[in-house]
Design a protein around this ligand. Structure first.
Ligand code: TMO
Length: 353
């Protein structure tokens, strides 16, 4: 073969993905093997020569020389983006540290002064945990990205032939038996994400009286391996997915349409079709993506805080960061370095203001 055509390339990517994921079910995704510091910090970065001191003139004297601690979570765009954010801050003269973190507990960690910022606050998964700390005043709702997000139950398109009426949730519920496994008996299996992503799936099944059982995947890699395996022979599957993500470029499919989300659905049992229980709705269909910072971040690192407010990620940017890892098989660090090299004008503008 001289040159892979796009379709062939996609199929090769699926095959690579399958082989990459097939033997590590339940393990962390490979991308979480990201090193604890930027891989080439000592290659060309001036801060490596004087680690205790900001080297770039962009970091003003008013800024602390303490490392800015950025969490690493367990999905690919975040792992790439964390090192993009860190790389930009390093270019601006700051030192950074990467800290593997639970994606719900991290908001408490910001309040405790152990983490400085979260650059991917997804409304569907983390809106509640984030807002709780914002309401206390110890986390600041610092910036809203251009990206519009959705995190929801999702199925590959062939399932529509097996279950008429999709993507409506009641149609899905009527087909619950199609999704049953040995593990779930006569109930349908919903393959949820790792438990730290969403707290609402079991509550939704209860609130909407669905004949489903939630089985949480151990890692994102497990979600994609199961999707790949099911797609190979059109096995019915409904699983957690989100956008922006690499999935939309590789698999056709749709999100389930649950009753439309409103904040009250999560807090007020009287709201919605079930007057006794909360969560009788879907996740936000046009959710935000925010940056949150600890309450003392702007005082301690005013220049970095201003840069974080200018940093703005779009849907295509996030989808490409995810695809670099989940389709192209790159390490998150490598993907981040490539992103920085390809988008230098953009992020220099974020630094310069
Ligand atoms: C937080 N996530 C994008 C995995 O739903």
């Amino acid at each position: 073969m001289i040159k892979a055509r796009p379709m062939v390339a996609a199929l090769v990517a699926i095959a690579l993905l399958a082989s990459a994921c097939g033997d590590d079910e339940g393990d962390e995704p490979a991308a979480t093997d990201a090193p604890a510091a930027a891989p080439d910090a000592d290659a060309e970065d001036a801060t490596a020569e004087a680690p205790a001191e900001p080297a770039d003139e962009a970091a003003a004297a008013a800024d602390s020389s303490d490392p800015i601690r950025i969490p690493l979570h367990n999905w690919s765009s975040q792992l790439v983006g964390a090192e993009v954010v860190g790389g930009i801050l390093e270019e601006a003269g700051f030192s950074v540290e990467y800290v593997p973190s639970d994606s719900q507990v991290v908001y408490q960690s910001m309040c405790d002064g152990d983490i400085e910022l979260v650059h991917e606050v997804w409304e569907g998964a983390f809106g509640v945990a984030f807002q709780e700390q914002v309401d206390k005043g110890c986390v600041l709702d610092w910036a809203t990205h251009n990206a519009v997000t959705r995190e929801e139950w999702w199925y590959p398109i062939y399932v529509e032939e097996q279950c008429p009426g999709l993507p409506d949730w009641e149609a899905l519920n009527a087909c619950a038996h199609l999704f049953a496994t040995a593990e779930t008996g006569d109930k349908g299996r919903f393959l949820g994400g790792p438990v730290d992503w969403l707290k609402g799936d079991e509550e939704r099944v209860e609130g909407l009286g669905m004949n489903f059982e939630v089985i949480n995947a151990g890692s994102a890699a497990t979600l994609w391996a199961e999707l790949d395996a099911a797609s190979a022979d059109n096995t019915p599957i409904v699983l957690f997915n989100w956008t922006p993500n690499f999935v939309e470029a590789v698999y056709e499919g749709r999100f389930i349409e649950f009753p439309t989300f409103e904040d009250a659905c999560r807090t007020d049992p009287a709201w919605g079709i079930n007057s006794e229980l909360t969560h009788d709705c879907g996740n936000p269909a046009d959710g935000y993506l925010k940056t949150g910072v600890g309450e003392h971040f702007p005082e301690k690192w005013p220049t970095a805080a201003a840069i974080m407010q200018r940093m703005d990620f779009t849907n295509p940017m996030l989808a490409a960061m995810a695809a670099a890892v989940d389709v192209d098989g790159k390490e998150a660090s490598e993907a981040a370095q490539e992103w920085l090299a390809a988008n230098e004008d953009l992020w220099r503008g974020w630094i310069a203001g």
